[in-house]
Ligand binder design. Structure first.
Ligand SMILES: [Zn+2]
Length: 88
């Protein structure tokens, strides 16, 4: 891709292949194993959590922000789409 194409793609955002909307970003959803400290509060009424840490992302999806359809399942595909390199 030469510089003129890069500029042209920035001026004209890619279109969602599902709904046709012009979109300049995606919504990312991740499923992950995470860990936290779990304890009971002073009144013994509420279980509280602290020190959340993500251990391992097990699944990732990139959705259209307009129609919320799943468009991609890898960051590589999402990157290509946002750069205007996706082949439809
Ligand atoms: Zn869409």
């Amino acid at each position: 891709m030469d510089e003129a194409e890069v500029i042209a793609n920035k001026l004209k955002p890619p279109r969602c292949p599902k709904c046709g909307a012009e979109i300049d970003h995606l919504r990312c959803y991740e499923k992950a194993w995470s860990t936290a400290t779990c304890y009971i509060n002073e009144d013994y009424l509420i279980v509280e959590y602290s020190d959340w840490d993500i251990l391992d992302v097990t699944e990732v999806e990139y959705h259209c922000p307009k129609c919320d359809e799943v468009l991609f399942e890898s960051e590589e595909e999402a990157r290509k789409f946002l750069k205007g390199e996706a082949d439809e």
